[in-house]
Design a protein around this ligand. Sequence first.
Ligand SMILES: [Zn+2]
Length: 509
Amino acid sequence: MATRIKTGVLQGIQGLAVVAEVDLSRGLPGFHLVGLPNTEVRESRDRVLAALRNSGVKIPPARITVNLAPAGVRKEGASCDLALAVGVVAAAARKGRGFGRPVDAGRLDALFLGELSLFGQVRPLRGLLPILLSLRGMGSRVAVVPREQYAEAALAPGYDLVPVQSLSEALEWLQRGELPTPPPGPSTGPDGADRAQAAEMLGDLDGQALVRKAAVVAAVGRHNLLLVGPPGTGKTRLARLLARIQPDLEQEMALEVTRIHSAAGRSPGCGLMVRPPLRAPHHTTTRAGLAGGGTRLDPGEVTLAHGGILFLDELTEFRPGVLEILREPLEEGRISLVRAGGGRSYPASFQLVAAMNPCHCGYLGSGLRPCRCTHAERLRHRSRISGPLLDRFDLFVEMGEWEGRFLGRSRGEQHPEREADWRRRPHTDHLTAARDRLRLSPPGISEAAVSLLEEMRRPLGLSLRGVVRCQRIASTLAALDGVGRALPGHIREALEFRRGILDPAAGQF
Ligand SMILES: [Zn+2]
């Protein structure tokens, strides 16, 4: 009779339940692993045997056969190591004569997850959280997990956890039921002070009224923002500030974000990710790097930015084919990946913030240096971003130099005009109130505002998508002003933000 041990493997950003069936039979001694394991899983044979030997477990000279069920699905990763070792120990114990270790049959019903070192240490594994979440309700209430990942495992509700550092510790628990002491949980707390300071820094954008306004509107309404300006105007810094102003993630979203980052191997051992992620892939990134892919269909940058901000600096330097993959996530909030043998769809709902130079040399419109580009070069530079992608930005802002004041006003310094208006002095409380208003009762568009937009639509060449985006910005502006409906003034302000997108001749862009 075979010994059955429950475990799991990672598939993309989900877990798959796997049962390791271990059988010891007479025959030529050896270890045979069947059930579509990939190379990494096949190597666990050597790790498991060495770990058993180095943990002082005696194995009878027998033919060991392990089947990973369901057999028809390809298994990847090293998450089954611990389960295989435990299965061999339990099967060997049945032979008596001091082989294996005595184990309690009830505890053998637990879920075993962990990679083994040759010396029998239980190592952290990629995707522990998604595996635990996917395997919930599959019959195991107890999960044996790597001690280093205790905080991560504790995020999956419904399990009694047994954190272990080594195979010996796991075997000790199996025999006597003594729980190893769990490590202390991580101490994470929302940093309200940091957010307040970030909002205050926005207020210091002196002489950059439109930039400041756009930043606040983008932060509150999570609108997509394109920043255009010469090098050194703080485009990158502004994008990072926007990430800092965002409030903490809601519980459900935080769990989703943590699950994704765990699957990507980016958060081994950490607790709940409460801050919205900020991803800033380099412009040399590939299609697969941005969208996700590879043989394992790993999540890409758009999925890692889920719930947060995707910041693309030097937007014109990205290869156009790479940027085109953004269309699906920007419309659907998800990305579909295809490969031979089946595709997957991953969440990819993010706020897009991008920055670019106004021209090839970067100094068009700068007071510091003259632009050396020809007219043709300027047109070519702009045409690197496709119309449909450009149309998906809500706010378009030109940034000029502001003598570095943005970078450091001393904190005690008094601002000359202490106006309550958010357009001058954005304040965290004000931003939070506007966000709540948008969520609970988003302002509609007044009749006068609708007719103004209708009137402007044709002369400005607004697309249908452009109209919808204008209305959304107007709604955010109304929420910031604390009024129930967007007025014509809000539409005018919203159109001002799209001026550069609508009419390249209007700006210096
Ligand atoms: Zn130039």
